[in-house]
Design a protein around this ligand. Structure first.
Ligand code: 5GP
Ligand code: ZN
Length: 133
């Protein structure tokens, strides 16, 4: 547990939360500032500040858990879709530096914004990026 990390405290039950699911490694809670009805957060109990610090095994389990919880939310709330969002770094919108995945139920005609304006892929960028792999 990391000192002064609010999600460590929530995930480990030191601070109460609206918990949808809990096992040895994860707690799934309702977001206090929901983007939509049913907005939930998947928190690993062991601290990792972001995706890059998260052990591979935990990353894999988090995605399987996201699938399960998203299914229950979608069916139970009659959502029309679900966004799975995961922010890393301030530039990417991360505000709490304990890894978490957002599950954001979507409803036809809601006003949630998880969107961008499409750009164009230049030949130069394409080649430079391809050369990284
Ligand atoms: P981020 O911007 O880091 O991806 O997401 C942080 C999320 O955590 C936000 O959606 C915010 O509403 C939520 N949040 C911040 N503090 C608390 C809290 O104390 N309890 C709960 N349940 N959610 C929180
Ligand atoms: Zn933490």
């Amino acid at each position: 547990m990391e000192n002064n990390c609010i999600f460590c405290k929530i995930a480990n039950g030191e601070i109460p939360s609206a918990t949808l699911y809990e096992d040895e490694e994860f707690r799934v809670i309702l977001d206090l500032g929901p983007a939509s009805r049913g907005h939930a957060l998947i928190l690993p109990k062991k601290h990792a500040s972001d995706l890059f610090e998260l052990p591979d095994e935990t990353a894999g389990k988090a995605m399987v858990l996201a699938k399960k919880i998203a299914g229950t939310l979608k069916e139970g709330l009659k959502a029309d879709g679900i966004n799975v969002v995961q922010n890393n770094g301030t530039a990417a919108g991360q505000t709490v530096f304990h890894f978490h995945m957002h599950l954001i139920p979507r409803y036809q005609k809601d006003t949630v914004q998880v969107t961008w304006t499409p750009g164009t892929l230049s030949e130069e960028d394409k080649n430079e990026i391809l050369s990284l792999f």
